[in-house]
Every structure is written in structure tokens, then in C-alpha cells.
Design a protein around this ligand. Structure first.
Ligand code: GBH
Length: 498
């Protein structure tokens, strides 16, 4: 009798499960769909129409050996010449938003507002107006890593006054483009930028001092963001009625085991890569754990003061609450354990990684992209969204990047489609099951593009670009059509809630 009862119940439950799983699942009706790019990675035209030189022009020309294929962004996808086609590709994709970045040195060739290059301004005005004609909203990144070279000669992001140069540049952008642009993000991924440009030395300008310079750069970037935000609030918000946010980036960090040690290590890692960027802007200061850890190590290592710069009270006030939304770029997950015997090396090794203290690994079952660092673990995105919700009090969140790389020439890109499907399902779960206030998703990227030190060897686009052809012919891939269907229907065919 009892056995029958349980059997019946099990059958009913599994039928319900199958029905549920087969059901279409939809995003909130006002959910935003978009696609992303950045100036240096697509524009080309590096020295024409009045553009000034930036640190990536200089870096790739001076050290081609640091780039996987020795290549650079001199021509890239030639979006400077072919922007009309790009806008059409975005329109045909059926998304409502396009995220692109402004090339600082194209607008201000020497980095300062002393001279404005009108050809550069017109280029962006043309794109923005064409987008608006097709009812596509621009989401504009003010700075995506391509600092004008003249500003590097003034110390780049290690010089605190760079925050003022950035605020002046941002002010000009609000004046010029603000009548049309309602969504702004300031510095793309300060953590990745500061870590690679001033820590590992892999990115321009190639400084290799992660235990000191990375933190100085993060300090200046936090002030730069906050100053730009306050200018917008004070001078533009009322008239233009737009929104400004920072761009965060991070791997999700999963503990290797459930041991307290591993769990604490994972949580701690997030306080570095996400917390060092987001905490100052939300709470007004670095996370206390990072202040303590870097302060203690600094004094043991014989520094007079902490390697982590201290914010003044005035700066804390400037920063606290300086965002209308958070933008998140998420790609992958690291599994973490503490670095073994860290105490024996931490006196002699001055580095961000020793401060942060974990060694990364990954699950060999996770699919591997063309980029060595990129593996697919979709639930990591849901976890990251929940972490942001919990730590920062339920902010509105745009996912401004999420994407998958492959080699050149793969038009039937099923692995990319699988990656997008898996990640979107986790965004949907975060939105509908976990009540995360996630308001939009932007795939990275529209086109196969210049991928920094990987050159053209790791390609994220929904659209193939023929880099051998001077015309840079564009061809949509399978993933383009898949994503188009999602953006147009606002639903996923398959996404069981669990
Ligand atoms: C994004 O950063 C960037 O915003 C975007 O410009 C870029 O195209 C996209 O990633 C894809 O990489 O070679 O081991 O030094 C996300 C973080 C930055 C992570 C580059 C990998 C190189 C790692 N990525 N980084 S490594």
C-alpha cells in the first residue's frame, strides 16, 4: 500500500518536473538586451583624422613580441570606416542597446581639454544618431583602457591627478553626447586594468608591481569614477536625466571543499577583485579585511605606511554612493584554496596575489574556450549576481559583458551558443528565483575583435570578421541568430528552475 503511494507520488513529481522543464521561461518584460564592443579593439584608424596616440598604440608598436600574434589594433575591424555596417548588424540582431567605448585620444588628442578633435566627436555623434534612428539606446563606456600617451608621460593612473583629467574628459563627454546618451559607465574593469597594466605588466603600459602600483591605480580609478559621477549629478542629471555606474569584473571564486578555510578563502578573494572596486563606491572605503591584511603585511615588510593608499574623509564622502547601477562583466570561475605555506613567502614577496592569498584551479569538466583563462561555469554568474545583491543592498545590475572565445573561422559556433544558453538561464534564475535586480544583459562582443595581448587569436564575436580582407567583411555566426531569437522573444526555450 505504502509502496504504491510512494511510487505514485514519484511518478506525479517526475511528470511535473518534465512539464516544468519543457515550459518556456521568460525574462521580465522590460529586460534589456544588448551587445558590447570597445574602441581600441574595433576602431582602427589609429593615426588618422586627428586622433592622438594612446598607450595601446605605443605598446603594441614598441613591443609586438608581447602580443601572441605580434599584431595590433591599427586597423582592427575598421569600425572607424564601417560603423554604418556595425549599426545595421546591431539593428538586425534585434537588441535594444549597444555598448561601445569612446577613444579618449580620438576626442582629446593630448588627453586634456585644451584641444578637442572635432572629427572624433563627429564620429561618435554619427554612431549615436544612427543608433537612435533605429531605436537602439547607446550605453557608453567613457574609458576602456586606451589612455592617451601624453597622460602616461604624466604618470598615468599612478598619478592621482589623473582622476581630474578623467573628470574633465568625462565632463566634456556629458556635454557633447549627454543629450542623446542616458547610460554611462566610467572606467572599464578597474581591477583588471590596474592588475594587468600595473601588476602583471601584461597590458599597456607594462608595469610589473602588483603589490604597490596596482593599488595606486585602483585608488586613482575610484576617485576618477566618483568625480565624474558627482559632476554628472551636479551639472547634468537634472537636464539629461541619465544614469552613471562603474564596471566591475571578476571570476566567481568557488571553494575547493566545504572546509571553513576554503570557504573563507573564496569569500576573501571576492573582497579583492570585486570589493576593492565596488566597496569604495558603495560604502565609501576599501573592505576592512583588505585594509587590515595589506596594512599588516606592509608593516612586517618594512614599509612606513600601508601599500594600500588611504582615502581622506573628504574622498570617502565623494565616493560613498556614487553609482546609479552596477555593471558587471562576468566570464568564468576559479576554484580556490589558500596558498600553501603563505606565511613563509609573504615577508619577501610583495604582490597582490600574496596579499589576496589563494591558488586557483578549475574543474576539468568545464568546457574550455580558445582563451586559456576561460572555462564555462554558468552558475558562477548567478552566484556573482547574488553576492553583489547581498553585499551592496540589492543594486540594479547590468551585465555589460559575458562571452566565449574561439579561433578564427568557426561560423557554426555551437560551443558559444551553449555558453550563452547556460549563462542566460542563470541570469533568469537570479532574476526570477533569487530576486536579484538584474536589468539587462550585453553579450561580449558584436564582432570578432582585437583581443589585447592575444591579438587576433581569441575571438568573441557573434559576427566573424575577415582580417585577411582589407574590406574586413562581416559574417554573422550561428550564435548571432540564436541570440537574436532570445532578444526578440525575451524567453528561453529550456531553463528548469532549480
Ligand atoms: C574583458 O575583460 C574586457 O573588458 C574586454 O575588453 C575583453 O575583450 C574581454 O574581457 C575578453 O577578454 O591572458 O591570462 O593575462 C575580462 C577579463 C581580461 C580576463 C584579459 C583575461 C587576460 C588574462 N579578461 N585577461 S591573461
Amino acid at each position: 500500500m505504502r509502496a504504491h503511494y510512494y511510487l505514485g507520488l514519484a511518478i506525479i513529481l517526475s511528470v511535473l518536473n518534465i512539464l516544468e522543464a519543457k515550459c518556456k521561461k521568460c525574462f521580465p518584460p522590460d529586460f534589456i538586451w544588448g551587445v558590447s564592443s570597445s574602441a581600441y579593439q574595433v576602431e582602427g584608424a589609429w593615426n588618422t583624422s586627428g586622433k592622438g596616440e594612446n598607450i595601446w598604440d605605443w605598446y603594441t608598436h614598441t613591443y609586438p613580441e608581447k602580443i601572441a600574434d605580434g599584431n595590433n589594433g591599427d586597423i582592427a575591424t575598421d569600425s572607424y570606416g564601417k560603423w554604418r555596417e556595425d549599426v545595421e548588424l546591431v539593428r538586425d540582431l534585434g537588441v535594444g542597446f549597444y555598448r561601445f567605448s569612446l577613444s579618449w585620444a580620438r576626442i582629446l588628442p593630448d588627453g586634456t581639454t585644451g584641444y578637442v578633435n572635432q572629427a572624433g566627436v563627429d564620429y561618435y555623434l554619427n554612431i549615436i544618431k544612427a543608433l537612435k534612428e533605429h531605436h537602439i539606446e547607446p550605453l557608453v563606456t567613457i574609458y576602456h583602457w586606451d589612455l592617451p600617451l601624453t597622460l602616461l608621460h604624466q604618470g598615468g593612473w599612478l598619478n592621482k591627478t589623473m582622476a581630474d583629467r578623467f573628470a574633465e574628459y568625462a565632463t566634456l563627454c556629458f556635454e557633447l553626447f549627454g543629450p542623446y546618451v542616458k547610460h554611462w559607465v566610467t572606467v572599464n574593469e578597474p581591477y583588471i586594468h590596474c592588475y594587468n597594466a600595473y601588476g602583471t605588466g601584461l597590458h599597456a603600459p607594462g608595469v610589473n608591481e602588483s603589490g604597490t602600483a596596482t593599488y595606486k591605480c585602483l585608488y586613482t580609478c575610484a576617485l576618477a569614477h566618483a568625480k565624474a559621477y558627482r559632476v554628472y549629478q551636479g551639472r547634468f542629471k537634472e537636464q539629461q536625466n541619465g544614469q552613471v555606474g562603474p564596471v566591475l569584473a571578476c571570476s566567481w571564486f568557488a571553494p575547493l571543499t566545504n572546509s571553513t578555510e576554503d570557504v573563507l578563502t573564496a569569500e576573501n578573494a571576492l573582497l579583492w577583485d570585486l570589493g576593492l572596486v565596488a566597496d569604495p563606491l558603495v560604502h565609501g572605503n576599501w573592505p576592512q579585511t583588505t585594509i587590515d591584511r595589506i596594512g599588516n603585511l606592509s608593516s612586517l615588510q618594512g614599509f612606513n605606511s600601508s601599500r594600500l593608499p588611504e582615502f581622506s574623509d573628504k574622498e570617502k564622502l565623494l565616493m560613498k554612493g556614487s553609482y546609479d547601477f552596477l555593471a558587471l562583466n562576468y566570464y568564468t570561475t576559479d576554484i580556490v584554496t589558500p596558498i600553501p605555506n603563505v606565511s613563509s613567502i609573504e615577508l619577501t614577496t610583495i604582490s597582490y596575489d600574496i596579499d589576496k592569498n589563494f591558488s586557483p584551479s578549475y574543474d576539468p569538466k568545464w568546457p574550455q574556450a580558445a582563451s586559456p583563462w576561460l572555462r564555462s561555469n554558468p552558475i558562477g554568474l548567478r552566484n556573482t549576481l547574488n553576492w553583489l545583491k547581498d553585499r551592496y543592498g540589492g543594486p540594479r545590475i547590468f551585465i555589460t559583458e559575458n562571452g566565449w572565445s574561439e579561433k578564427q573561422g568557426i561560423l557554426n559556433d555551437t560551443a558559444r551558443v551553449d555558453y550563452i544558453k547556460g549563462h542566460l538561464c542563470n541570469v533568469l534564475r537570479a532574476s526570477r528565483m533569487d530576486n536579484v535586480n538584474v536589468i539587462g544583459y550585453f553579450y561580449w562582443s558584436l564582432l570578432n575583435s582585437y583581443e589585447w595581448t592575444a591579438g587576433y587569436t581569441e575571438l568573441f564575436g557573434l559576427v566573424e570578421v575577415d582580417f585577411q580582407n582589407p574590406d574586413r567583411t562581416r559574417t554573422p555566426k550561428e550564435s548571432y541568430y540564436y541570440y537574436k531569437n532570445v532578444a526578440e522573444t525575451n524567453c528561453l526555450d529550456y531553463c528548469p528552475f532549480r
